[in-house]
Design a protein around this ligand. Structure first.
Ligand SMILES: [Zn+2]
Length: 165
């Protein structure tokens, strides 16, 4: 039991440590961590993002299906937010959902928040970057095991960094 608990603790610490090393979170003297939010004006976002990224991330847009170059990305690596570079998904949780949008069955720790989206007249769950509040896509309950979740992402809202690079 002790061994199992320390194993779980060490894997959690690793995740926090990698975010600390990347400068995405602060840690106070008591060891508590807070994510460093990135908050910009629309004008500032427009300078950082392509028009399509701006439309999706800042105005809840949706890219056309089967248009993302990341759809067929199969190398091992990390998918990060195109707005603020926060790591969001691991390639180990990516799968081909057949929908035409990059799909994952789990988000990384500390990565995302969700909110109810009624924009199409029925309830969906929007997925938002926890650091910059950018709109990423939606999550559905028809995904594969082990989570049963399908994170249906706009590829334009993501950037990919190969583990080999
Ligand atoms: Zn972000």
């Amino acid at each position: 039991m002790q061994t199992r608990r320390s194993l779980m603790k060490s894997s959690l610490s690793f995740s926090v440590l990698s975010l600390l090393a990347s400068g995405f979170i602060d840690q106070n003297t008591a060891g508590a961590t807070t994510l460093k939010k990135l908050s910009l004006t629309d004008a500032e976002w427009k300078k950082r993002l392509t028009p399509q990224q701006f439309q999706v991330l800042r105005h809840d847009g949706t890219e056309h299906s089967f248009t993302s170059l990341l759809l067929h990305e199969t190398r091992s690596g990390i998918f990060a937010c195109a707005g603020c570079a926060l790591p969001l998904f691991s390639s180990t949780t990516k799968f081909d959902s057949g929908t035409g949008w990059p799909s994952f069955w789990r988000a990384l720790d500390h990565a995302i928040v969700t909110k109810t989206d009624m924009s199409l007249g029925y309830e969906r769950t929007a997925v938002i970057c926890r650091r910059c509040d950018g709109h990423l896509g939606h999550v559905f309950d028809d995904g594969p095991k082990p989570t049963g979740k399908r994170f249906c992402m706009n590829g334009v809202a993501l950037t990919f960094r190969s583990a080999a690079a």
